[in-house]
Each structure stands twice: as C-alpha cells, then as structure tokens.
Design a protein around this ligand. Structure first.
Ligand SMILES: [Zn+2]
Length: 583
C-alpha cells in the first residue's frame, strides 16, 4: 500500500501546503457558503461578507486541517468550526497559537491588537459575537451550510501571507525531522536528515508496511521506518491525493481506494484526476452500474491500457475528527478480478431483470449487497462492521461464504424490515411499504451471485415464470417445495388483505424458524384456507406439487428451521411481487 501512495505522490507534484488542503466532500451538497470575517482594528468593528462556495475554493483559501489534535496549537485561519474565533476557552482561539508561532512581526502586532480590542479572557466579546450571529440570520445562512470561515485583519487575508504559509510547512517538515546518517527506506539514498515521525499524516499507521495489520488498530509506531525528506514529501502528496480523490462511502462506512502500479504508469499530473474518476467509478465494484460511467466509458478508454497494471487496495475506516479508525483492508485486487466481478454482476442483472422490471429490485454492485446483511447499529454507528467486511473480503478474494449463516441473516433482515426494527441498518434502507418483499427477492440474487449454477429441475405443470425462477435461483427439491407453498400463502394473504387490511395467514408462518412438525401443520392450514376462500386452478396445482415434493423428501428433510422459513418467505415474496405488479 505504501508503494501505491508513493507512486501517486510522485506524479501528484504539488506544494506541501496544497497537499494538506482538505477538499469539501462532494456529497455534502449543503456546504455552500464561504464566510469572510474582517477584524477592523482602526474602527474597532467586525464586518462580514459571504460568497457561494465553488469547487477548488479550498485550494484558493488554503483550507487546511492537518492531523492536529485538540491540545495542539491550531494555527489555521481558514476553518469550519466557528468556535475557533469565538474562543471557547484557550484551546479554540486561533489568535493565541498564531501569535506565538508566526514570524512576521507586523502580523504579530496586528494579532495582539485584535486580541486587545475584540477579546476578553480569550473569548470574543459578546457584542461582536452577536454581530456575527446577526449577520448569518439576516443573510439566511445556516451554520451547517458553511464550507469554511476565512479571517481577515484590516482587510488583509492571512491565509496567503508568506509567513503563515512558511509556518504550515514548518509544522510538517522542520518540526518533525531528525538528524543522523541513515539510508532512506524508499529510495535507498543516504541521507543525514530523515523522518520517522509521521504523525502529520492521517494514514500514519499505514506508512510502514512492516507494521502488521493487527497493530494498525493500536496506533503503535515502531519507528524503524525512516525516510529522506524527498520521499517523506512524496508520501504526503500521495496520501493527500488518495484521501481527496479516492475516498467514497458504502452506506455509512468510509473507504479509500489505494491503487498500486505493477508497471510504471503512463500518467501525468494533468490526467491524474480523470484517471482517478475512471478507477473510482468504473473499476470499483461498489459503484458498478450505478452511474453514467458505464455509458461514457469511451471518454476514459485511454486509461484501459494501464488497467492491467494496477492492483487495488481498499481501506475501510471511520473518520473521527482527525483520527482514523480502521475497520478493514482488502489488498492487491488485480484488474482481472474486478472485470470478472463486473461480468458476474452483469449476469445477475440480465438473469433477474426478466422477472423484475423495476431496477430497484436488482442488485448491481457491492453497495447493494451492503444493505442485504443485517448489521446492528448503536448511536448511529454500525456495530457489526466485521461481518460485512468479511463478506466483502470473501467476495473480492473468491473465498467460500457460509451460505447457511447468510440465510439465517436473511430471516433476521426480513424481520427487522417487517417490524421496522431500527436496531438494524437495513430497516432504514428498506423503509417503504412492501420493501420486505424487495429485500427477500434481492437476497435470491445474492445467493445466486455467491453460488452460481442453475438447477436442472423441470416442472412442466408449472407456469413458465415460476419454472424459470426456480431454475434461475437454482432451488433444489426441498427448497422448491417450500417456495411453492410460499406462493400459495401469498395468494391467500392478498385475498385476506382486501377484506381485513392485514394478512392473518402470515401469522401462521414463524419468521424465526419452523421445524418439520410445524411445516406439516402449515400445509394443513394452507389447504383449509384455500378451500375456505375458494382458491382453485393454478394454485391447486402449485399446492399439490409442493406437498408432493415435501412428502417425498420428508424422511431426509435436512433444512434447518430458519431455512424452512426463508424458502417459504421466498415464494411469498415472489408471488406478492407478481400480484402487486399485476394490479
Ligand atoms: Zn528517499
């Protein structure tokens, strides 16, 4: 991984200050204002102005955060937390840190004046605070809509002051270097000035490939990895590019793609960003078939040449202020695997769109799969992250997945959606009426995606649609028996629904599992209801085939109780979809 950062950093040749600029995430569409605050020391007043944020402004204004924690001096004059000028205690005020560290004497004096005039006990005086709040109110700007604040003193910006820029560079370079004769671990050149402290980098814990994955979480640094200044700068730039251009989300989980070249890439700084789009949206199984890239791939065709010489690494993490908590790492995925995954998803789409016109009923990429595994949430955070990480890992690496376990999870997922249980992440995603149906139908596709194959069973007496679906999902005889029973239950349910607005028959299906005895009872109850409601014709055929398959396999019935439930729900979902679509 460090190799990838290094390779990209070499191409992404920008100034150190620029590589600490924090880009405003594109999905944060509400961040649209830049507020400038001028401290006028002559007139002793604060004046404000605002403009709409546009892409690239963070570079114009040097919007820098750097990995500084709360206790360290925060010197940045462009920031997103207004507390920094309100001065909520010593730590938050920008002036103190700046005055102590900046070398420009003139600016130092001015800052002292600002403190004298506008502050009292490190706090912005109430009247000035009020004028800021009033300005926002009058301009109808919500604090959440502010991309960042910019400070001026006597109408002069500080963020482009040379002394200020030097100070930022000093934080990264001078404050961190060590002296002594070493050989750089990356370029193998002898150097007398080197770096082993990477705390300015957010991905510091990943810089050393020798530090095993287990240690990545603990944040412990072995300190045996030393770099010359040039290589240190290259890594900083590589990290900056990856975090700004290769970061995405799957659900609530942040991840970054870190590409690694096997062969020297034909890329220049100018087309690096376009290439990153190509990788991020086209070569990324989390984004397959989701965006216009699939159609506009010709515009990016020149990058295909390089594709075979790139390995992709996926780093999953949580951004907690400036801290980086890592959940998982998927390493060294070659282009061949990515393309095979695209083919596999394409196959699923083609096979299942025959049954479901509505595209939202079909899984197209790994992000869709993310919502099929029930994950517990607590305090808005996902608790079972490892569960989904393991599945992604298995899919990328073509490892065997425990299907039994998955089916158990599907019954759990169904219940969470059906009962609107907000303790699981997927009930927020499948929140519309009948979404539990959509959920079950999508799980069929995941099973097919993981297992492949097609069953050779051919029940001529069944309608084409059922016959083909059973084949596509490759249900075996026992599974088919219960799937067919589920179809009849769906029919009963829909008739009941028209008169009672709910489906009493569903109460006969135990969502958490049904053993063989319970299944026998269910068969009897379904038959009784059919007679009661006068359900004949096709459904009679389906029922009797179901019963026949059930009786035939009863002696060696080895499906677990939750599997029994799942396959009944499968038929229920399929038929309910047909009934709903049929009007
Ligand atoms: Zn070096």
């Amino acid at each position: 991984m460090i190799k990838g950062l290094y390779q990209i950093g070499k191409i992404y040749d920008v100034k150190i200050v620029d590589s600490f600029v924090e880009e405003i995430e594109e999905n944060k569409k509400n961040k649209k204002y830049i507020i400038e605050i001028n401290f006028d020391t002559g007139e002793k007043k604060i004046s404000l102005s605002s403009k709409e944020y546009s892409k690239g402004d963070e570079y114009k204004y040097n919007f820098i955060k750097m990995g500084l924690t709360g206790r360290q001096n925060q010197i940045f004059v462009v920031f997103d937390d207004v507390k920094r000028i309100y001065g909520d205690g010593k730590i938050h005020s920008i002036w103190i840190s700046l005055k102590n560290e900046i070398e420009d004497g003139g600016l130092k004096n001015k800052i002292s004046k600002v403190e004298e005039i506008f502050y009292e006990n490190y706090k912005l005086k109430e009247e000035y605070k009020k004028s800021i709040e009033n300005y926002l109110k009058e301009s109808n700007i919500n604090k959440k809509e502010i991309a960042f604040w910019v400070v001026k003193v006597d109408n002069e910006y500080i963020h482009n002051n040379e002394s200020y820029l030097n100070l930022i560079e000093k934080k990264v370079l001078e404050e961190k270097f060590e002296k002594g004769k070493i050989i750089c671990h990356l370029c193998s050149k002898k150097t007398e000035k080197f770096y082993t402290d990477f705390s300015r980098l957010k991905m510091k814990i990943y810089i050393n490939d020798k530090v095993g994955f287990s240690q990545n979480i603990s944040n412990n640094w072995e300190g045996n990895f030393a770099l010359c200044e040039n290589c240190y700068k290259i890594l900083i730039r590589g990290q900056s590019f990856v975090l700004n251009k290769f970061s995405l989300k799957v659900g609530n989980i942040d991840y970054s793609i870190i590409p690694e070249f096997i062969k020297e890439p034909k890329l220049s700084k100018d087309n690096l960003e376009r290439w990153s789009e190509y990788v991020k949206f086209y070569k990324n199984p989390f984004e397959f078939f989701k965006n216009e890239f699939e159609e506009n791939i010709e515009d990016y065709i020149k990058f295909e040449d390089n594709a075979n010489f790139v390995l992709l690494n996926y780093l999953f993490y949580e951004k907690n202020n400036q801290q980086f908590k890592v959940f998982g790492l998927i390493k060294d995925i070659p282009n061949g695997r990515i393309e095979k995954l695209r083919e596999e998803f394409k196959k699923i789409i083609n096979e299942f769109r025959v049954f479901f016109e509505d595209g939202s009923y079909i899984i197209k990429n790994l992000s869709d799969i993310y919502y099929l595994i029930p994950l517990r949430i607590s305090d808005n955070k996902i608790v079972d992250i490892q569960k989904i990480m393991n599945l992604f890992f298995a899919i990328f690496n073509e490892n065997v997945v425990d299907i039994d376990n998955l089916i158990y999870d599907f019954t759990l997922g169904f219940r969470a959606i059906y009962y609107e249980n907000s303790a699981y992440h997927l009930s927020k995603y499948f929140k519309n009426k009948n979404d539990e149906i959509k959920y079950i139908l999508k799980t069929h596709q995941l099973l097919k995606f993981l297992k492949g194959g097609e069953s050779d069973m051919n029940f001529d007496i069944l309608e084409e649609d059922y016959k083909n679906y059973i084949k596509t999902c490759s249900f075996d005889e026992k599974e088919t028996a219960l799937f067919l029973l589920g179809i009849v239950i769906a029919k009963i349910g829909s008739i009941q629904y028209t008169s009672y607005k709910y489906k009493p028959i569903l109460e006969k299906v135990n969502f958490s599992g049904m053993n063989k005895e319970k299944l026998k009872n269910l068969y009897n109850e379904v038959l009784e209801k059919m007679k009661q409601l006068g359900i004949y014709g096709n459904y009679e055929v389906i029922y009797s085939l179901s019963k026949q398959l059930f009786d035939k396999n009863l002696k060696n019935w080895d499906l677990k109780s939750y599997e029994n439930t799942y396959f009944i729900l499968s038929g229920y979902a399929f038929e309910t979809y047909r009934i709903l679509k049929g009007g």
